[in-house]
Design a protein around this ligand. Structure first.
Ligand SMILES: C[S@@+](CC[C@H](N)C(=O)[O-])C[C@H]1O[C@@H](n2cnc3c(N)ncnc32)[C@H](O)[C@@H]1O
Length: 239
């Protein structure tokens, strides 16, 4: 699905425009919608990654760079954060400068579905709340697979729909009312919040997403449900 259903432009162009338009409020509203849990979820990515001692790390759909900044705590690592939204990157660049991390974290403009890196470049790739915004999910994942080194690891954090029927009911009630309300009250781009809520509901999660990862060549896919399944971390290996 696209953010602005009544416009003809591609999903990619619309996603770029949407994140450009919400870049300044993104961090605060993200925290509000997830009740601060998004911060913990990104820390989980760091905990998983740290044990693997990666040196070259690519954070795809880095946005305002929170995951890139978490991963920069790994000793000896070099992080490249990549995103199609220049305005999200601008917010991220400010944070990198404030923390004097310019030598460790570089933020670049780019498309997850057409990466400009050579094959086998990175030890670890992270993608936080990015894959459901890809225009062509498989193309994006195949690109990650290509630029990952043999034995490298992909970590995906994405919203998911809880499996338990009762929890799912509460989740749907919450997301269908609270997320659009947050957009209505605090954003000039209300359609963005409708899109964020609907795309979360429609995106394949759990075993379905795991199968897609496997079909793109990834092996040993592990699923870690978070907050009763409202989000999930997927850890997958290249060989
Ligand atoms: C919900 S934000 C997530 C940002 C960040 N990873 C986080 O954890 O907060 C999704 C990001 O994905 C980016 N994005 C969507 N499609 C992309 C693509 N094809 N290539 C690169 N970035 C993309 C958007 O511009 C946006 O910044």
């Amino acid at each position: 699905m696209k953010p602005y259903q009544n416009q003809n432009s591609s999903k990619k162009k619309q996603v770029e425009k949407m994140f450009d338009s919400i870049s300044f409020e993104y961090d605060n509203l993200n925290r509000l919608i997830s009740a601060g849990n998004d911060v913990k979820w990104r820390k989980n990515i760091y905990k998983i990654a740290e044990r693997l001692n990666p040196v070259d790390i690519l954070d795809i759909a880095t946005g305002t760079a929170d995951i890139a900044l978490e991963l920069s705590k790994i000793k000896g690592s070099k992080i490249t954060g990549l995103d199609i939204s220049e305005k999200m990157l601008d917010v991220g660049r400010q944070k990198v400068t404030e923390r004097s991390l310019e030598n460790k974290v570089s933020l670049v403009s780019g498309d997850a579905e057409n990466l400009s890196f050579s094959k086998n470049t990175f030890d670890l790739i992270s993608i936080g709340f990015g894959v459901r915004n890809f225009q062509n999910l498989e193309k994006g994942l195949l690109e990650s697979f290509r630029v990952l080194r043999e034995g490298g690891t992909l970590i995906v954090l994405e919203t998911s729909v809880p499996q338990n029927r009762l929890v799912k009911l509460f989740y749907l009630l919450f997301s269908r009312t609270f997320i659009p309300l947050v957009g209505f009250l605090f954003s000039k781009d209300k359609k963005a919040y409708k899109y964020l809520q609907k795309s979360a509901e429609e995106f394949p999660s759990g075993e379905s997403f795991s199968q897609i990862l496997k079909s793109c060549g990834f092996k040993n896919v592990h699923i870690m449900p978070l907050m009763l399944g409202a989000s999930s971390i997927y850890v997958a290996k290249k060989h």
